[in-house]
Design a protein around this ligand. Structure first.
Ligand SMILES: Cc1cc2nc3c(=O)[nH]c(=O)nc-3n(C[C@H](O)[C@H](O)[C@H](O)COP(=O)(O)O)c2cc1C
Length: 195
């Protein structure tokens, strides 16, 4: 495993060392571990505490897991069957306000993305890894899981124990590395914005 990661400032290693492998062992995640991971998501901050995240989960070896694989885009169907669990990530886009009218939850994706990071960090703390995927067939997922209007399919997350790199198809082996990042100075600016 090549590891190019180096923190320029002393951030906690849980942030710097987290990464998203694609090779998993195929061992089902214990449901209790998944509940711990979802409990971490539960405590995510959200706009006005609206908690718009929703998840459909399945453990490897169950019909629900196979259904979740079936709504992923082709590329993600190559490696996800060996994850220990899969989550479909959905956000609630609207709520009913006091006078009964629909009102949009403007930060539904922002809040749900934050919950996704909680999931990744808690998974790593338990010795697992999480891998987010935007590559989901959204319309198919809505159909398969009967997701009504007012909800958006955001992504999916694979969680599992790290497997051997060699178990992946060759093209994916090349990508099975901890990626680097741009320096802080390229995305944070003192008192001004730089495009
Ligand atoms: C919103 C989102 C969508 C992503 N979509 C996919 C995907 O469809 N398939 C995939 O293999 N990886 C996907 N990734 C994983 C990213 O490529 C990966 O997180 C990024 O390269 C940084 O690597 P790291 O997580 O190992 O630090 C996605 C990640 C995020 C956050």
């Amino acid at each position: 495993m090549s590891d190019s990661r180096h923190a320029d400032h002393p951030a906690a290693s849980m942030f710097v060392e987290r990464w998203s492998p694609r090779s998993f062992t195929g061992e089902a995640l214990p449901e209790s571990a998944l509940m711990t991971i979802l409990e971490a998501a539960r405590w995510t901050p959200s706009a006005s505490n609206t908690q718009p995240w929703r998840f459909v989960y399945g453990l490897n070896g169950t019909p629900e897991f196979d259904k979740l694989v079936s709504v992923l885009m082709g590329f993600n169907q190559v490696w996800t069957p060996k994850a220990g669990a899969l989550l479909l990530v959905v956000s609630k886009t609207q709520t009913v306000n006091a006078d009964g009218a629909q009102s949009p939850l403007r930060w539904h994706s922002y809040d749900t993305g934050a919950a996704g990071l909680a999931i990744a960090l808690q998974a790593e703390a338990l010795g697992y890894h999480a891998h987010s995927m935007g590559g989901v067939e959204g319309e198919k997922a809505k159909e398969v899981f009967s997701i009504p209007e007012g909800y958006k399919v955001e992504s999916a997350i694979a969680i599992g124990k790290l497997g051997p790199r060699e178990a992946l198809p060759e093209k994916l082996q090349e990508r099975e590395v901890k990626s680097d990042r741009m320096p802080v100075s390229e995305f944070a600016f003192k008192g001004e914005f730089k495009a």
